[in-house]
Design a protein around this ligand. Structure first.
Ligand code: EPZ
Length: 418
């Protein structure tokens, strides 16, 4: 167990290089078991969730060779195991991608029910609905997701809620099925597109990823590939919010600016300058953070995964802001923590009403989940005095080298064992 000790109140400036996208990499790793040939994946972030996925791939019987910190080679020729039951896997969300991948390759799977950040009910009914439409038996039993099928046949699947996880999982299962699958009302997040591109680089036939209709023509077999994961949209957005809350000047490198448009738009509303380059963005924080109104939405809308970082930032705005959370019903657990630091925030249903204050004060606080933890780190870096943030293992599940990257920008932060 460790905590962060932060001395806040400094303007942070400099350059930061963004790592590979965690939420793309987890899907790509699961998909890598669908071929018997070698798969080389670059730009994988070295974070807890990824390392758990790699352990799971080995449990399935695949050979995993770490070629460098961010590159891995996987060979699944001898991977015949179809059950994953380690309780560590039940602590993260993305292990459910093994259900789609195993169902596609072996026509059966038994995977421990996924956990992940406690930000709402997070049902998997749409995943099961998709697998069933493809002709599988798919159900939850005694803490497992179980699937089996004689044959998988393409189908038309309408998702009545836009779900990143269900879109990706159905795509995985459909890639090796017979005939055409059409997913309507599909999620359009950059990582959905990246996983589709990865599968296509293995010989899959997926069209329309990035729009709300994805068409998958089943193929008989997938082959090996070399692939590099896209940069992490949410890690980049977090450093953009950091420039704002510390009134600093940060250039965020190795990104795809297009993926950050909804975040850039809000930062402009807040009075910042945002300068876009081909693969970088520079955010120059305004001396006065202006208040704004945000509603979280599926991509290309404002991401729910940036909601806590923005709420923390707007707690220092000159006036009243509102943030409506429309994706997850329990994503405000950090509000009690930032209120200890002097923020004035009230919760009305699914909306936060944030009355900006002049200063936050450093305090002992707890990170309740990954993005909330990141938001509290930002608040602590902007606050007067010292903060201690406990339960930082949540934060380190998704941010590679967080402490070092922050120190490079001038932050006074250290990780201390406790
Ligand atoms: C993914 O979660 C991400 N996780 C989350 O990132 C992210 O917050 C979320 O998408 C939204 O962008 C990974 O990629 C591993 P959903 P996921 O299915 O797939 C409802 C982070 O901090 N729903 O898009 O679990 C659900 O309750 C994390 O990196 C159903 O009703 O989210 C929610 O209201 C946290 N039935 C909405 O859909 C289902 O079967 C969207 O959830 C599935 C989802």
């Amino acid at each position: 167990m460790a905590k962060y000790v932060i001395q806040g109140g400094k303007r942070l400036s400099g350059e930061v290089k963004i790592s590979g996208a965690k939420n793309a990499a987890v899907g790509i790793l699961a998909a890598s078991i669908m071929t018997d040939e070698d798969v080389l994946i670059e730009n994988i972030p070295d974070v807890w969730d990824i390392n758990v996925m790699l352990d799971a791939i080995q449990v399935l019987g695949a050979k995993v060779s770490r070629i460098g910190r961010n590159t891995v080679k996987i060979n699944s020729k001898d991977a015949n195991v179809t059950e994953l039951s380690d309780s560590k896997l039940g602590k993260m969300r993305a292990t459910y991608y093994f259900v789609g991948a195993l169902l596609a390759k072996h026509h059966k799977s038994k995977v421990i029910f996924p956990g992940g950040c406690n930000i709402g009910a997070r049902p998997i009914n749409l995943h099961l609905k998709g697998f069933s439409a493809l002709g599988a038996k798919a159900y939850e039993k005694e803490g497992y997701i179980i699937t089996e099928a004689d044959n998988l046949k393409g189908a038309n699947i309408y998702l009545d809620i836009v779900s990143v996880g269900a879109t990706i999982n159905i795509m995985l299962a459909a890639v090796l099925s017979q005939g055409l699958t059409i997913i309507e009302n599909a999620a359009k997040e950059p990582h959905v597109v990246d996983i589709a591109n990865f599968l296509n680089s293995m010989g899959a036939n997926i069209k329309g990823a990035g729009t709300d209709i994805i068409k998958i023509k089943g193929v008989k077999k997938l082959h090996g590939t070399n692939y590099s994961v896209i940069p992490d949209q949410i890690e980049a957005g977090t450093y953009m919010a950091l420039a704002t809350i510390t009134k600093g000047d940060i250039t965020i490198k190795n990104i795809i600016p297009k993926h950050l448009e909804s975040i850039s738009a809000k930062l402009l509303d807040c009075g910042n300058q945002v300068i876009a380059y081909d693969e970088a963005l520079r955010v120059i924080g305004s001396d006065d953070i202006l208040p704004t109104t945000i509603k979280t939405m599926p991509y290309p809308g404002f991401p729910t995964d940036m909601q806590p970082q923005f709420a923390c930032t707007l707690s220092l705005a000159v006036g009243k802001s509102k943030i409506e959370e429309s994706i997850f019903e329990n994503r405000f657990k950090y509000v009690e923590e930032i209120k200890k630091m002097g923020a004035v925030i009230s919760i009305e249903g699914s909306t936060l009403i944030i009355e900006g204050v002049k200063h936050l004060e450093g305090k002992k606080i707890i990170a309740p989940d990954l993005r909330a933890g990141a938001g509290l780190v930002l608040a602590s870096l902007a606050a007067n005095g010292e903060s201690e943030i406990d339960k930082i293992e949540f934060v380190e599940r998704g941010y590679e080298d967080f402490v070092n990257k922050l120190k490079e920008l001038g932050a006074n932060i250290k990780k201390v064992d406790c």
